[in-house]
Design a protein around this ligand. Sequence first.
Ligand code: GLN
Length: 540
Amino acid sequence: MTQKKRHSKFIFVTGGVVSSLGKGLAAASIGALMENRGLRVTFVKLDPYINVDPGTMNPFQHGEVFVTDDGAETDMDLGHYERFTRATMGKGNNFTTGQIYDTVITKERRGEYLGGTVQVIPHITDEIKGKVLEAAGAGIDLVIAEIGGTVGDIESLPFLEAIRQLKQDLGPQNAVNIHVTLVPYIKAAGELKTKPTQHSVRDLRQIGIQPEFLLCRSEHDLDDDIKRKISLFCNVPTEHVVTCRDAETIHEVPLLLHAEGLDDKVAAALNIWSRAPELDDWREIVRRCKAPRHTTRIAIVGKYVGLTDSYKSLNEALRHGGIANECKVELLFVDSEKLNDGNVAKQLANADGVLVPGGFGVRGTEGKVAAVRYARLNKIPFFGICLGLQMAVIEYARSVCGLDGANSSEFDAQGKHPVIALMPDQRDVVDKGATMRLGSYPCALGEGTLAQRVYGEAMIHERHRHRYEVNNEYREALTQQGLILSGLSPDERLVEIVELEDHPWFLGCQFHPEFKSKPTEPHPLFSSFIAAALAHGQEG
Ligand code: GLN
């Protein structure tokens, strides 16, 4: 281990009893607290599934694919980490069992193990340890490593063994384990139950991990008796048994954990000198979430309406726009597959703003076109993101530019007017993975446009995840009929933002601004869109 790495401290976050306990959010909240104590924090997420490329996973099953500046397609927990802290995530901050095995097998094929027997311990575990240590770059005070899955799963065993060893290697006061568990409330008995937590900690101790802290998710506060009982059975000091009560808003979680003294105790356990956290920003955010002055309703017209985690960053960014405007944002998920020109007015009647998010595949696209048309003609604030921009361009081409049957070549390969298409140099590439435009790209904003007014800057950088682009062969036809190309790549080859005049707020962007919005710094496009929706609602 290098000298530099020895200076970082580590927190390992595991989860027990059930999944969906909000481990990612807990890790992000701990990060927020420690960062506000003046520490430089980063994260790493270890995912036990075998997929080598999380980007190909179905968002219906797994929630959103979060995209980083450097173009990694990652687990959505990395979104929580970035939203709650200043840490910038990238390729080195998320890895799966599949990626670990892939590396080890490649090394074996290259003969790097000199003919030795390649085994889970030490080869797989060493690879995992190496990746966790690598996350501790220069100047990082604290690495928070979250292990996906639930303790007791077969899949997560190599990860747990790796962190067990790491803690040993790093020595006392350099690493702590925080185990997130569930303390259910049984209504009939009127009692909180500690048994599931006891069993989960027993599972951990069986594999050699004694957690220092227990973060107990619960509907109610844990009183001292319950904490003492958990402490006794789990071999964890009572002061380290911390309640993580269900919060009204996720932004309250750092404050709730701070009220339990978690950050102080973790700093003490790791022997890190740090100041008391500055949490005024978070208090103000929570105040605005809990007592909004206005309400606005945004229709999200998309395909994954059954699992709203598929739009996690988007939902959060809209809420951030609400925080900026002291307003509650109600999300109306509208299934685009059920939408058409005939029923759109009724389906979107309650919406103050219409948003068409990103997506892949033809399913539901005609419904999205109908939603764009309705918002354009009725002057309802419209925000199109990625596929949403493409839908807006298609709608404009068909309805205003007279390009009948205009479409994206993704949905209609033989169409007469492919206004959205692959760039010419991408058309013959066979490997689909290689054709995706991923990660951060610059975009120059046109003078006097809505986009420039909103950003207040001439050059911006935003994250992408798509294959298709506005077809340059149709630029003239579109702009002649009034579509404004307000954002272009600096070399002007790619259309990044389109907008309309004579409309209160109509903008589509080829990138995903939602990945860069934070509660502490709401993204300007979302703040502006929510302001426009709010104004529209108040007029109506
Ligand atoms: N399917 C479209 C493309 O690949 C849009 C992708 C997206 O919305 N992320 O270009």
